[in-house]
Design a protein around this ligand. Structure first.
Ligand SMILES: [Fe+2]
Ligand SMILES: [Fe+2]
Length: 257
């Protein structure tokens, strides 16, 4: 593809630029967290949290890599605003990864390995199958919705703990990610409605794998205050709301009957 490089690209999308500005101003560092705060968890709960946190921890890394693969595609499509915004998104996810790594070290625990939770591998594989930035961003959105509920349930279950402080910081970044995904994907789907059925199929696949991962970790999840029904009730509700706002229900109709 002969690509025209624009030295002075047009920047027109004010809403995306507003999110970019918020992304720049919302940056923080793991060094600002008071790492001496109490864990408020006994040894069994610490091990359980280390296990249950694993898919979210891996998800932070995947979101970072996903952003890095979408940025050149946005450049090629002359989507300068999205390209700028995704650079802040990439740093957000890198920071979440760094912060959780430091949290694991503070717990003196390791996350699970992929062989101990096979559906985690299947989940990653499905995300990495996405070639187009539009599909990638939908996968990241679904993962962000799971992460958002996970962090907020745990922050409420263990207030004043170190993890609650970390979770509340990460949640502020996630709010921007969800806002961007909705704005960007709505426009993308209007332009390329053929992604509608792809999105719905991917939603079903990823939801099934998310639920399978947490079914395998059910007793550990319950031990630290995560009830699967509450978690996935919230996740499904949020995904349905996003689907409605993206007008995905229209894509669903032909599959019925
Ligand atoms: Fe994140
Ligand atoms: Fe995110």
């Amino acid at each position: 593809m002969g690509q025209v490089i624009r030295v002075f690209p047009r920047i027109e999308n004010a809403k995306l630029m507003e999110l970019f500005r918020k992304g720049v101003e919302g940056q923080w560092s793991a060094a600002e967290i008071d790492w001496t705060q109490p864990l408020s968890l006994d040894r069994h709960e610490q091990r359980a949290l280390a296990m249950v946190l694993t898919p979210i921890y891996l998800g932070e890394q995947t979101a970072m890599i996903g952003a890095s693969s979408t940025i050149p595609q946005c450049f090629a499509a002359h989507e300068t605003e999205a390209q700028l915004y995704l650079s802040t998104f990439l740093l957000d996810e890198a920071r979440h990864f760094e912060t959780l790594t430091r949290f694991y070290n503070t717990l003196n625990q390791r996350p699970l390995e992929v062989r101990q939770l096979k559906d985690m591998f299947r989940y990653q594989a499905r995300l990495f199958k996405s070639r187009d930035r539009i599909e990638w961003l939908w996968g990241i959105l679904l993962s962000d919705i799971l992460a958002r509920h996970f962090y907020s349930i745990l922050a409420k279950a263990h207030p004043t703990s170190l993890f609650a402080t970390i979770a509340s910081r990460i949640l502020r970044d996630e709010a921007r990610h969800l806002a961007f995904a909705e704005l960007y994907l709505r426009a993308a789907l209007e332009r390329e409605p053929q992604f509608g059925p792809v999105f719905l199929k991917m939603r079903d696949e990823l939801l099934r794998l998310m639920e399978a991962m947490y079914a395998a970790l059910k007793s550990e999840a319950l031990l630290i205050g995560i009830d699967g029904q509450t978690l996935f009730g919230g996740v499904r509700r949020d995904i349905e709301n996003k689907a409605r706002r993206l007008h995905l229900s229209a894509a669903e109709r032909p599959a019925e009957g």
